[in-house]
Design a binder for this molecule. Structure first.
Ligand code: SF4
Length: 207
């Protein structure tokens, strides 16, 4: 029997860039950005601040098409919100079967079981978009937690949840809030068990 063709709504892909954030910062990677995100963070830097990004680029692409354009052993799947599309599960498996290592960046708003070998970066946005709380499974599934900080209260919001996290926790200054870097540096003095995440790609001026 012929298998149905799996297609994903893609915002964009780009190859041979550098992971700028979190544990894998500095690692050469390819990016697959899935289309769509309902979370609506006001400072979203990928265009999904309002209305789920209506009008943003969106193109249906098949798995073979996505695999054929890869150039780097490590692939980052981001969005939008990658867990929005059920086909994410199949995409992750296909990448792993193609001998790629896989990282997924998520707000944690939608839970799906994915292969254990995939690295999950949980970047919760519940503090700015309470209608989309982190699904509880993510706090233990995450391989790292990356908190985008505009003000100190953003960290306090997650204090209770973070107590249960057994993974590195990164604080990253919200890029468009000029005072946020100092806020993060001050927080790291109080919480030396956490780590700084910069957006290296923005400092370097690469995509
Ligand atoms: S969860 Fe991410 S993609 Fe969605 S609106 Fe917030 S920052 Fe943008």
């Amino acid at each position: 029997m012929t298998q149905p063709i799996v297609q994903l709504a893609i915002h964009e892909t780009f190859q041979q860039t550098i992971q700028g954030e979190g544990h894998w910062a500095g690692t050469p990677v390819d990016f697959i950005r899935l289309a769509g995100c309902p979370v609506g963070c006001p400072w979203c830097d990928t265009g999904y601040a309002e209305g789920g990004g209506k009008g943003l680029p969106r193109e249906w692409r098949s798995l073979p098409h996505l695999l054929a354009e890869l150039k780097t052993p490590r692939v980052v799947i981001s969005g939008g919100e990658p867990f929005l599309q059920p086909e994410l599960v199949t995409l992750v498996t296909a990448l792993l079967n193609d001998d790629r290592t896989v990282s997924i960046e998520t707000s944690g708003a939608i839970w799906r079981e994915i292969d254990d070998r995939a690295w999950v970066t949980l970047s919760p946005k519940q503090h700015v978009s309470p209608r989309y709380p982190v699904q509880p499974e993510f706090w233990s599934r995450a391989n790292e937690v990356k908190l985008v900080i505009a003000q100190a209260e953003d960290l306090m919001f997650y204090n209770q949840a973070l107590e249960k996290v057994d993974a590195p926790i990164f604080l990253q200054a919200e890029w468009d809030t000029p005072a946020s870097l100092q806020v993060v540096l001050d927080l790291l003095k109080r919480y030396p068990q956490y780590r700084l995440s910069t957006q290296l790609h923005k400092y370097l001026g690469v995509q």
